[in-house]
Design a protein around this ligand. Structure first.
Ligand SMILES: [Zn+2]
Length: 291
């Protein structure tokens, strides 16, 4: 029987994550991470906003790269200039900045799979089937997360935060200048920074409902509220009509679930303040300790 080729992607991903962390520490080492400076150090000569069919793209040139980021017609020159000004995108419109930063981080991640010692840069990995293209894209999403929310910086600046509270997750999202979805997804990937004993979710408003856009569970809560998934309604976790997300006035409500040995337990769900005008928000659920 032919031996299956060894999957090289986990090792490639780990090594690229380490490179990403080193790039952050060599280029400012603070939140919000300065993607412009990191891009320069990766031979990315220009970050250009323009109308595109995809969120972004990387063009390989003779002496380096250009990153393209999607925007609406007419905004390209303005956004390109604004991003160059400070390298973080802090002056971009609020509805643009998070997506743009994630896209730029994702495209920077792609450059880590090129040998920049050769001119033009040469792809170091073989992409000869759909599985390897998909592995590369997933790796670049994870590396984008480590560029925007690197573990060493989280440990330095946020080790005292209680991420069982939605306000703490919001502070992190604001400080790192990322969406709440990116923050929650990041908690699924962290290796050294401990996951709070909670379920963390980002949600987005859809008509009268709130839909889960990212979900991260502490390992001890893996099987709890199993119907709650990305794409499902927040009601899969909490359906109390008094809860603010469901039209009530309570920011915190309890929901019953069965714990170890079918023991009846309560999960305390909390939603952040000020959801009235938000299109996306953060929710956490933490088990209530029986005294
Ligand atoms: Zn990509």
């Amino acid at each position: 029987m032919p031996r299956r080729a060894k999957n090289l992607w986990p090792a490639r991903r780990r090594s690229a994550v380490e490179t990403a962390e080193a790039l952050v520490s060599a280029n400012g080492n603070s939140f919000p991470v300065n993607l412009g400076r990191i891009a320069e150090s990766r031979s990315i000569h220009r970050i250009e906003f323009k109308p595109l069919l995809t969120e972004g793209g990387l063009a390989v040139q003779n002496d380096g790269f250009i990153i393209y980021v999607k925007c609406n017609p007419g905004d390209g020159d303005d956004f390109t200039t604004r991003f160059v000004e400070d390298g973080t995108g802090s002056t971009l419109p609020e509805n643009v900045v998070h997506r743009a930063r994630f896209t730029i981080a994702h495209e920077i991640a792609h450059t880590l799979f090129y040998d920049t010692g050769s001119l033009p840069p040469r792809l170091k990995v073989r992409l000869d089937d759909r599985a390897s293209t998909r592995s590369l894209e997933l790796a670049c999403n994870e590396i984008a997360g480590s560029l925007l929310l690197p573990e060493p910086l989280l440990r330095r600046d946020f080790s005292n935060e209680e991420f069982v509270l939605p306000e703490a997750l919001r502070r992190l999202a604001d400080t790192a200048m990322v969406s709440c979805q990116t923050v929650v997804r990041r908690f699924q990937q962290l290796r050294k920074f401990s996951h709070p004993e909670a379920i963390l979710a980002s949600i987005a408003r859809q008509d009268t409902d709130w839909i889960i856009t990212a979900l991260s569970r502490h390992y001890s809560l893996r099987g709890v509220f199993a119907a709650a998934k990305v794409g499902s309604s927040v009601k899969m976790m909490v359906d109390d009509p008094d809860f603010v997300l469901l039209g009530g006035e309570m920011r915190e409500v309890g929901a019953k679930y069965s714990g170890h040995g079918e023991k009846a337990m309560t999960m305390q769900f909390a939603c952040e303040l000020g959801i009235g005008t938000r299109r996306s928000a953060l929710v956490t659920g933490r088990p209530v300790r029986e005294i």
